[in-house]
Unconditional design. Structure first.
Lengths: 336, 133, 110
């Protein structure tokens, strides 16, 4: 049955009950009525009008000036009714936007998807979690015909949708780099020219590019202003900073990037991260890089993928499950 | 068939006159108190827009009889600056967030039919109709 | 989160001091204030960040943008008052090699 048809007798009953004995029970029934009337989109001015007309029926000798007062109440309530309906419509719009964002995030996932390569002698783990819907971090693996494994980790300055759009361009640029073997430095030089030409002048990208050759176990790498990763020396049980000098992509067209080299021994690990990892904010301030090392060390006996997953879980908890920035952590471990 | 009467809007008192005219017509046609209040609120909003943004204009009230069904048509006509982005002013939250009242989306909600035409530099014409149910 | 931006202009120098946190929420405000100033020809801009308790990469983006504008308009650009953490941010990103940061003589009393 339509609520509007039963609304009048229902409200009448409520009113009669309450006028009779002023019980809490009658008031509770009134609260339940309001839930129903809101559900059926009855506006406040309609309730006021209903109230007035029922009152006139039930108390025919009510003084006129009391009845007039309801006209003012009705007029005032019209504005509230409109505000409420506008609120409903805005909420609906917000829902639409949210689902649109979710679709966009899925598209981005597909667009930027990369497969972690399976290589003899190398154990690779990677995790990347956006702070909001869209991820401004990006990582990419390539295995070339010489079995070299390349890994790129990048972070767009800025967050959310603009950063994500920018990242899609970088991925496209990387896919269209010439196939012939270039060192990490020249790859960054190429990307820098593309970013400098095509991206908004206040949008920049940091990137670390590493290339591991399983034949001689040599890691070559270069960095464009990216948060330095770590190198774990298994023999010495020691972490050192994997630092490399280089300017952000997109600032200066003619920037040169140097190549750095490191020999990777069995059990050694290459740890790459985005600044969302080091900018974890906890109750006591930022986590220090040493603390991060402690977390990694705690899980060092596990597989690379388990380490990154567990470190993320721990840091997520430390921040009370609120990420302020996109979080990406990659570990490459040379098998013993 | 339609019978028209108009109020010229120059100052705030004219808004009240337009409301009164609309209420009388609505009452005469048999609209209930809630719909009377809705129609006058719509008139208020349109008249206020004229007073605030155009400086001068007219509110006209028509009695309509469509196949025996009565209705009220409000027309708001001004030759003010006009509206360059109608889509924006018709968006929820645009006028309410600035504390400007229910705005045009509110008028549209209060009435059954709503039409707007505006030429920047030339003026704005809004027609809104409510039918007796 | 609050950000306050103080601008002191003399004939030869545009001194800007920023206080508070610079992140994705406050960076647009900073950008709006600084960009128009950076587009004046031959501007001599000096930014003091000693009152900045936190800055993320969004803030860095604003300063790089401003720096590029100032350079394109033949101006001078300098940032000082960087905390250790911010100094590191400028070093990692390679920006300290192209932007004049914390260049005042060490031990200078302000």
């Amino acid at each position: 049955m339509d609520f509007r048809d039963v609304m009048e007798p229902k409200y009448r009953e409520l009113l009669e009950n309450y006028i009779k004995d002023q019980s809490e029970q009658a008031l509770y029934a009134g609260q339940k009525f309001s839930r129903k009337s809101i559900e059926h989109k009855i506006s406040p001015e309609e309730i006021v009008s209903l109230h007035k007309s029922l009152l006139m029926q039930m108390q025919p000798d009510l003084p006129e000036n009391v009845l007039y007062s309801f006209d003012i109440l009705l007029e005032v309530m019209i504005g509230y009714g409109l505000a409420y309906r506008e609120h409903q419509s805005l909420r609906h719009k917000q829902e639409e936007l949210r689902s649109e964002m979710e679709i966009a995030a899925n598209v981005q996932q597909t667009l930027l998807g990369t497969k972690i390569p399976e290589v003899d002698g190398l154990d690779i783990g990677a995790i990347s979690v956006p702070a909001k819907h869209m991820n401004g971090d990006y990582f990419h693996f390539v295995q070339d015909e010489n079995n070299c494994i390349s890994v790129a980790i990048a972070d767009v300055i800025g967050k959310g949708i603009p950063a994500a759009l920018c990242m899609s361009m970088i991925k496209y640029a990387m896919d269209s780099l010439p196939e012939n073997r270039m060192g990490p430095g020249s790859i960054l030089e190429n990307l820098n020219r593309i970013v400098e030409q095509n991206v908004d002048p206040s949008m920049f990208i940091t990137m670390f590019y590493g290339m591991f050759n399983p034949e001689n176990n040599l890691l070559s790498y270069a960095s464009a202003g990216h948060e330095p990763g770590f190198y774990y020396d298994a023999a010495k049980k020691e972490f050192t900073e994997l630092s490399a000098k280089g300017l952000l992509l997109g600032v200066e067209k003619r920037t040169k990037y140097s190549n750095y080299h490191k020999e990777v021994h069995p059990g050694d690990m290459i740890i790459l991260l985005s600044d969302g990892v080091t900018e974890c904010r906890t109750d006591d301030g930022f986590i220090e890089r040493e603390i991060l090392i402690d977390y990694i060390y705690k899980y060092i006996h596990l597989s690379a993928q388990d380490i990154v997953n567990k470190v993320f879980k721990d840091l997520e908890k430390l921040q009370h499950f609120q990420l302020r920035d996109d979080f990406t952590l990659i570990i490459l471990k040379r098998k013993v | 068939m339609s019978i028209q009467s108009c109020v010229t809007i120059i100052n705030e008192w004219d808004i009240v006159a337009a409301r009164q005219l609309g209420r009388n017509v609505a009452k005469e046609l048999g609209f209930g108190t809630v719909d009377q209040a809705r129609i006058t609120t719509a008139i208020s909003e349109l008249a206020r827009n004229i007073y605030l943004y155009a400086g001068k204009g007219q509110i006209c009230i028509d009695k309509l009889f469509d196949g025996g069904k009565p209705g009220v048509k409000i027309s708001a006509i001004d030759s003010g600056p006009g509206i360059s982005d109608i889509r924006q002013v018709m968006e929820d939250g645009y006028s309410t967030s600035g504390g400007l009242g229910a705005g045009l989306p509110g008028v549209k909600r209060l009435m059954d039919q709503f039409e707007i035409e505006s030429i920047p530099g030339d003026g704005t014409k809004i027609k809104a109709t409510k039918w007796l149910r | 989160m609050n950000l306050s931006i103080n601008i002191k202009e003399t004939d030869i120098l545009l001194e800007i001091s920023v206080e508070g946190e610079i992140d994705a929420y406050t960076a647009p405000q900073l950008r709006e204030r600084l960009f128009p100033l950076s587009e004046k020809n031959g501007v001599n801009m000096e930014i003091n960040l000693s009152g900045v308790s936190y800055m993320d990469s969004t803030g860095l983006g604003v300063f790089v943008g401003v720096f590029k504008n100032v350079k394109a308009n033949n101006g001078q650009f300098k940032i000082n008052g960087l905390s250790g953490r911010l100094q590191r941010l400028f070093e990692i990103t390679g920006l300290s090699d192209i932007i004049d940061v914390n260049s005042q003589i060490e031990g200078e009393v302000k």
